[in-house]
Structures are given as structure tokens and as C-alpha cells.
Design a protein around this ligand. Structure first.
Ligand code: FAQ
Length: 335
């Protein structure tokens, strides 16, 4: 449903890979590798700014997956049936797994997981704006599956072609699991829409609350996106924020019609000349307020994460004590 061709042409700016000022043979080899669409691997030389950009994006992505366990995690104990509970448990565990693959991918760039977690827990690192909104009803869980994961897939399939090998490879598996997450959400909503009028109202209410924050999730408009141009030149980003947002709107409109819900945008209409849907203005002030820590649940999400980390200290202590014991035994046996 969201699959995008892996052979999409790259940006017209391709070839402009070099960082101004860097002109040694290693830079030439790096540029050549990118121009021929070969991956950069951890042992390869890379410009420092490329490494930093990847650490920034991959760690923000990892933090999003980990914080993103919370909105739906809140519903595991309240799922309406054993089947729904099992599905939700599996899905939330997948998100934890995605976070771990991504932290591992970031670590291949020479940054420690502890440093990344410290930045998150100190409120210095970003994670996706979307996880700072509350899940008020069971329908929210379905809408997160349908819309939030739908948007995540739209954004993440192109990252399977990212120029950095470990990130690209992690994304292939993550996207497969994201498809399951999206499908289970849509299927749950389908079931609720065949239920009572109150259930249908609950679904519509959840769509009304999540739709606009999901559109903002793709990031600021291209003209206001400071990282896009260089990210595209380096083959980290393959499709721009606005293009992905447009693809998402175009994919979502027919799905909403099949589901029987109304998307809360009076300006949404098919534009024959463009071959796309026009859509209304996004509230970017609200988006930046949320990104800057002032959304409805930012403080709660961070506090829950910090508490979970602190509560897990004994596990890390035990693992380290065990590793030390094993090491001491190995040394004794070698002596
Ligand atoms: N929230 O110049 P750009 C998921 C920041 S995972 C917060 O356009 P860029 C799965 C951006 O970091 C969702 N901040 O930046 C799931 C930058 O700040 P910085 C996460 C945002 O990097 C589902 C500044 O604004 N996905 O959903 C957001 O070129 C359900 C300027 O922006 C990824 O991370 C935002 N929405 O493009 C899990 C995918 N948007 O760092 C559980 C990988 C922008 O300069 C449950 N990331 N900002 O201080 C990307 O594709 C890109 O990093 C973008 C942003 C597209 C997110």
C-alpha cells in the first residue's frame, strides 16, 4: 500500500556530495562511492559532518521508537480481547526491537549508547513529535496503527536505500514489521466501524485528533527544513518532507473512504492538474511547541522513560557483574 519503487531517481543535486574545504583523496573516494550508489560502511572514511548527521538522525529515530512504545503500551492491559492484547503486545515489543537495532546502527558510527540515552533522558535529544499526544480511547490504538505507522512506512521505505549500510539494512527489517503494524491498526478500525454508532463515533474522534499531528510528523516544509538539502546530497534522505507528506495524503484519502471516516480537512480535494490532493494549512506553531517540549504529554513521556531506565539499573549491574565474573574465570583458566 505504501511501497515506493526502490529505483526512484535520486535528487537532481546528486554529485554535489563534497563538504566545502574537504578535498583529499579520501573525500574523492567517498564521493565516488556515493556517485556509484555503493554503500558507506563503518570501516570506511567519511566526512565528519556526514557522520554527525547520521548520528543525529539515527539516534532521533531510535529514541522515537522507544518513546513510541508508550502511547499504545498504555492500552495493553485494557485491550478488549485476548487476540487484540496479543497483537498489541507483539507490536509494542517490535518497536522496542526497532529502537535497539537503531541504537546499534548509531554505535557503528563511534558513539556510545550511554551517551545517546543520557542526551534523551536529559531532554536534549529530539524524538518524533507524534508521541507527545495522548491515547484517550481504544480507537486511538487503531488510528496509531493506520496513520502513524502509515506515515512511518512512507518515510522509512526510502531510508532502505540510505547511503549508510547499517542504517539501510536495519530499515529493511523495520519496514516489514511496520507493515504489520499498519495493517493491524486498519483491520482493528474496520472491525470498530462495523460495530455500534458509539464505536464509529469513537473512531471518527480519534481520526480527528491524530490526522493533523500525523501530517506534521514528516517534518517542516522543505523551504524551512535546514537539514534536507545536505541530507539529500548525501543520500541519507531520498525523498523530501513535502513530497512524502503529499504521497501520504494521496494514499490515505481512499483508505479513509473505505473505512467510512471523514478526514478533518475542509480544504482536502483532488487537484486534477497536479494529479494530487490539495490539503489545508498545517499548524506549524503547534508542531514546534511540541518539538520544543511543550506538547500535551512531553513531560510525562520523558519522566516515564527516565523511570524505566532507573528501574532497570539492577539488570545492567547484574549483567556487568556476570561479565566481570566470566572474564575473571577466563583469565584464571588461561594462567
Ligand atoms: N518530530 O531539517 P529537518 C515511528 C526536527 S518512528 C520532532 O526536516 P531532517 C515508528 C529535525 O530533527 C518516527 N522533530 O530534519 C513508530 C530537525 O531538528 P535538529 C520517527 C522533528 O532530519 C510508530 C528539525 O526539526 N521517524 O513513527 C520532526 O532532515 C508508532 C528540522 O527538520 C524517524 O525518525 C518531528 N516529527 O528530517 C514507533 C525517521 N520533524 O535535529 C512507535 C528518520 C523534524 O536539526 C509507534 N528520520 N524534526 O535539531 C527522518 O526521516 C528525518 O530525520 C525527519 C526530519 C524527516 C524526521
Amino acid at each position: 500500500m505504501y511501497t515506493q519503487a526502490m529505483d526512484q531517481p535520486n535528487s537532481p543535486q546528486d554529485g554535489l556530495r563534497s563538504v566545502p574545504g574537504a578535498s583529499d583523496s579520501r573525500q574523492t573516494e567517498f564521493d565516488a562511492r556515493m556517485d556509484s550508489d555503493r554503500k558507506i560502511e563503518p570501516q570506511d572514511w567519511m566526512p565528519e559532518a556526514y557522520r554527525k548527521t547520521l548520528v543525529r538522525q539515527i539516534s532521533q529515530h531510535a529514541h522515537s521508537e522507544i518513546i513510541g512504545m508508550q502511547p499504545e503500551g498504555n492500552w495493553i492491559s485494557r485491550a478488549p480481547s485476548l487476540k487484540r492484547k496479543a497483537i498489541l503486545l507483539a507490536k509494542v515489543q517490535d518497536e522496542g526491537g526497532h529502537g535497539l537495532y537503531l541504537y546499534s546502527a548509531a554505535e557503528t558510527l563511534g558513539v556510545s549508547r550511554d551517551a545517546l540515552l543520557d542526551a534523551l533522558h536529559a531532554g536534549k535529544a529530539k524524538y518524533s513529535s507524534i508521541f507527545n499526544y495522548p491515547t484517550l480511547t481504544w480507537a486511538d490504538v487503531g488510528v496509531i496503527g493506520w496513520l502513524v505507522h502509515g506515515a512511518a512506512i512512507m518515510n522509512q521505505v526510502p531510508i532502505c536505500r540510505c547511503s549508510y549500510g547499517p542504517y539501510a539494512r536495519a530499515m529493511i527489517r523495520i519496514c516489514k514489521e511496520e507493515s504489520f503494524h499498519q495493517r493491524q491498526g486498519y483491520e482493528s478500525l474496520m472491525t470498530q466501524m462495523k460495530g455500534t454508532p458509539a464505536q464509529r463515533e469513537m473512531v471518527q474522534d480519534a481520526v480527528d485528533r491524530w490526522y493533523w499531528p500525523v501530517l506534521a510528523m514528516f517534518g517542516p516544509p522543505d523551504a524551512d527544513s535546514p537539514n534536507s538539502a545536505q541530507g539529500m546530497r548525501w543520500g541519507i534522505k531520498r525523498i523530501s518532507n513535502d513530497e512524502l507528506r503529499q504521497k501520504f495524503v494521496d494514499a490515505t484519502v481512499p483508505q479513509a473512504a473505505i473505512l467510512g471516516v471523514t478526514l478533518p480537512d475542509p480544504d482536502l480535494k483532488w487537484n486534477e492538474a497536479r494529479g494530487h490532493h490539495d490539503y489545508g494549512a498545517i499548524d506549524w506553531d503547534d508542531f514546534w511547541a511540541v518539538v520544543n517540549g511543550n506538547g500535551p504529554c512531553n513531560k510525562e513521556r520523558l519522566a516515564t522513560r527516565v523511570k524505566a531506565h532507573e528501574d532497570g539499573q539492577w539488570v545492567r549491574d547484574a549483567a556487568l557483574a556476570y561479565a566481570r565474573k566470566q572474564q575473571a574465570r577466563a583469565l584464571r583458566e588461561a594462567a
